[in-house]
Design a protein around this ligand. Structure first.
Ligand code: MN
Length: 231
């Protein structure tokens, strides 16, 4: 096919133990999905989950056992980390039941939902969209995918984040307000999900700022570590 400009490079995730890559279609994110984090952001209770998107090319691939880098973004003085379990879907659909949604999950990775908290806060206050706070270039560092058939279905286990060796976030996947399948089912009522979609499932309490030179280490039981240095 002749094209006016070159096709964009495909966005893919590496897969642990496989040379094949996982092509990424869309990046969805759940907001406020751990009670203690919802409280620290000023909310309470089990509200309906809500979602936002990041552009697929905001993804930064971090290879297994490597330290990735992310550039400190422009126009912020409050870049914050949010360590999250990321799930990758190998099928999709609309209005999925929780059981159907569960069958869509192909694998898991550790991701950082990096946030310009000052811009997000200003957007919230003014009733404006969140893209500048959440969807900036390089806002989604992610480690390689672990196939579910290898690691099993993750229903619990520690999820943590340290900065320069100091523990900042600590939670358990069992404490998700809306678990993975429930989140995917709910999302499928808003968007038709397709193979290649990935979902950031929310962050536990303890979010905070990083500056250039800091190294973040996210960890999820069974998925190893994700190391990212801010440059
Ligand atoms: Mn988040």
């Amino acid at each position: 096919m002749d094209t006016i400009i070159p096709f964009q490079p495909a966005v893919t995730l590496a897969v642990v133990g496989d040379r094949a890559q996982f092509p990424v279609r869309r990046i969805y994110c759940v907001g406020r999905n751990y009670a203690a984090h919802a409280r620290e952001m000023g909310f309470t209770g089990r509200e309906e989950p809500f979602f936002f998107c990041k552009p697929a090319d905001a993804l930064i691939n971090v290879a297994d056992a490597q330290t990735g880098t992310m550039p400190y973004p422009s126009r912020t003085a409050d870049l914050q980390y949010e360590v999250e379990l990321v799930v990758a879907l190998h099928r999709g659909g609309r209005d999925l039941t929780v059981a159907q949604a569960d069958e869509c999950v192909w694998g898991y990775a550790i991701g950082l939902d990096m946030t310009r908290r000052d811009l997000q806060g200003a957007a919230k206050k003014l009733g404006r969209p969140w893209e500048v706070g959440k969807g900036f270039d390089g806002s989604a560092p992610i480690g390689p995918l672990h196939p579910r058939e290898k690691v099993g279905t993750l229903r619990g286990g520690a999820i943590t984040l340290s900065v320069n060796g100091e523990r900042k976030q600590s939670g358990d996947l069992a404490d998700l307000i809306w678990n993975v399948a429930e989140s995917v089912a709910c999302l499928s009522g808003l968007f038709e999900l397709k193979a290649g979609d990935i979902l950031f499932t929310g962050t536990p309490q303890g979010v905070g700022p990083v500056v250039a030179g800091d190294t973040m280490v996210g960890a999820v039981d069974g998925l190893g570590e994700l190391r990212v240095r801010v440059v």
